[in-house]
Design a protein around this ligand. Structure first.
Ligand code: HEM
Length: 395
C-alpha cells in the first residue's frame, strides 16, 4: 500500500535531515550542485526531500498538472535522486526509441536487490553481455514468431480449459480473476517448464490451494514494487528501513526462492524436455536454460542456477498477473457497457454461430480475435518504465 505522504514525509525528513547533515556537512555547505549537465525546468525542490511533496497522493495526476506549467520534459528531484519526466508521446519516444540504448538501464532499487536476486535477473540486469544473453534467450525461445506458433496449441488448450470451467459454473458466480490467472500461469508453465503449475480441481484450477498462494505472492510482489520506499530516494534512510519494505521483500523472496527451487528440483528429477509441447521441435524453456549452463555464449557468458531462477521469477511475475488482470479488466469494461457487450455477442455468434452445443475451442481460429493477437504482441514491445542514463548521474 502506498502510505499517506504528508506525515511520513515529515517524519522521514526530520530523520533524514539529522543523518544527512551529520554525514554530508561538507558537501552540503560547499558543493551545492555537482552536475555539469543542464537540466529541464521543474518545480523548485525542498532541501533533502526535493520534490517529493509535489507528487501528492495521486502522482500521475500531479505530474500531468505540473507538465502544464513546465512543459513535456520536466526535472524533479525525488529525495536525492534526479528524475527527468517525459510527459508527452513525442518526448517519451525520444527516450524509448531514438535514444533507447542510452537509457536502457534501470535505477537501483530495493526490489531488485532483495527480491530479484540482487540484479541477477533480466528486468534489472544492467545493459551489457548478461542482459543481452537473457534477452536473446527469451526472444528466441518465447517470443519469436516460431516459438509462438510452436506453442499455439498450448494456449488454445488452456483457453479451452478456461472456457469449459466457466461454462461448468452454470448460473453460479465464477471467480473469473482466479480462473484467468490459472489459465495464464498454466499456459506459461507449459511453455517454460513443460508442465502445468497448478492442477485442476472441480473447476479450471480454482481447486488448487497452490494457485491461491502463487497469485498472492505475485500480487504482493506487485504491491511491494509499487510502494514508494523512502530508502530508495534518501540513501541515509535505507539501512533504517522505516517502512519495513526491505523486511517484507526479504520474506517474499524466501517464499519465491523455495517455490523456484522446488521447480528446478522436480525438473531435474523428471528430466522434462518438452514432452508436454507435443512436438519434438519444442523444448521447454527450463530445459534449454539448464542445457545452457555448460555452454559459453558468443560474448563469453554462461548461465548459473541463480540466473535461471531469477529469469523464471521475472517471467512468472511479469507474464501472469499482467495478462490475467488485463483480460479481467477488459471483460469488466465490456460488461459495464451494454452496447459493446451486444456487439461482442454479435461478433461471436457470427464466428461460432448461435448454437454453441459441441463447440470445440481448439478448433476456433484464435488469431482472428483482436484481443488475443494483442496479448501475443505485448511482451515484444518496449513499454515505458523508469530508465537510467548512467552518464547523466555520474557527476
Ligand atoms: C498485458 C500483459 C503485459 C503487460 C501490461 C506488460 C507490461 C510490461 C511493462 C510496462 C514492462 C516494462 C518495459 C520497459 O521498461 O521497457 C514490461 C517488461 C517486461 N515484460 Fe511485460 N507485460 C505484459 C505481459 C508480459 C508477458 C506475457 C511476459 C512473458 C511471458 C512479459 C515479460 C516481460 C519481461 C521479461 C520484461 C522485461 C524486459 C526487459 O527489461 O528487458 N510481459 N512488461
Amino acid at each position: 500500500m502506498v502510505p499517506t505522504l504528508p506525515p511520513l514525509v515529515l517524519y522521514t525528513s526530520i530523520v533524514a535531515l539529522v543523518i544527512y547533515c551529520l554525514l554530508n556537512l561538507r558537501t552540503l555547505l560547499f558543493n551545492r550542485h555537482s552536475s555539469h549537465n543542464p537540466l529541464p525546468p521543474g518545480p523548485k525542490p525542498w532541501p533533502i526531500i526535493g520534490n517529493l511533496p509535489h507528487l501528492g497522493t495521486i502522482p500521475h495526476h500531479s505530474l500531468a498538472a505540473m507538465a502544464q506549467t513546465y512543459g513535456p520534459l520536466m526535472h524533479l528531484r525525488l529525495g536525492f535522486v534526479h528524475v527527468v519526466v517525459a510527459c508527452s508521446a513525442d518526448v517519451a519516444a525520444q527516450f524509448l526509441k531514438t535514444h533507447d540504448s542510452k537509457f536502457s538501464n534501470r535505477p537501483p532499487n530495493s526490489g531488485a536487490k532483495h527480491v530479484a536476486y540482487n540484479y541477477q535477473d533480466l528486468v534489472f540486469a544492467p545493459y551489457g553481455p548478461r542482459w543481452r544473453m537473457l534477452r536473446k534467450i527469451c526472444a528466441v525461445h518465447l517470443f519469436s514468431a516460431k516459438a509462438l506458433d510452436d506453442f499455439r496449441h498450448v494456449r488454445q488448450e488452456e483457453v479451452g480449459v478456461l472456457v469449459r470451467g466457466l461454462a461448468g459454473a452454470g448460473e453460479k458466480a465464477a471467480p473469473l480473476g482466479q480462473f484467468l490467472n490459472v489459465c495464464a500461469t498454466n499456459a506459461l508453465g507449459r511453455v517454460m517448464l513443460g508442465k502445468r503449475v497448478f492442477s485442476y480441481g472441480t473447476s479450471a484450477g480454482a481447486g488448487d490451494p497452490k494457485a491461491d498462494e502463487f497469485k498472492d505472492m505475485v500480487v504482493e510482489l506487485m504491491t511491494l514494487a509499487g510502494v514508494f520506499n523512502f530508502g530508495d530516494f534518501i540513501p541515509a534512510l535505507e539501512p533504517l528501513d522505516l517502512q519495513g519494505v526491505a523486511k517484507k521483500m526479504k520474506k517474499l523472496h524466501a517464499r519465491f526462492d523455495s517455490f523456484l527451487n522446488q521447480i528446478l528440483e522436480e525438473h531435474q528429477i523428471s528430466g522434462s524436455h518438452g514432452g508436454d509441447a507435443g512436438n519434438s521441435n519444442n523444448v521447454d524453456l527450463l530445459s534449454t536454460l539448464l542445457s545452457l549452463k555448460d555452454v559459453v555464449d558468443s560474448e563469453g557468458g554462461k548461465l548459473n542456477d541463480t540466473e535461471i531462477k531469477a529469469l523464471l521469477l521475472n517471467l512468472f511475475t511479469a507474464g501472469t498477473d499482467t495478462t490475467s488482470s488485463t483480460v479481467e479488466w477488459a471483460i469488466a469494461e465490456v460488461l459495464r457497457n451494454p452496447k459493446v457487450l451486444a456487439q461482442a455477442r454479435k461478433e461471436l455468434d457470427s464466428v461460432i454461430g448461435p448454437d454453441q452445443d459441441g463447440l470445440e475451442v481448439e478448433n476456433l481460429n484464435m488469431d482472428e480475435a483482436y484481443g488475443l493477437t494483442l496479448q501475443r504482441a505485448v511482451p515484444l514491445m518496449v513499454h515505458p518504465s523508469p530508465r537510467l542514463a548512467q552518464q547523466v548521474y555520474d557527476a
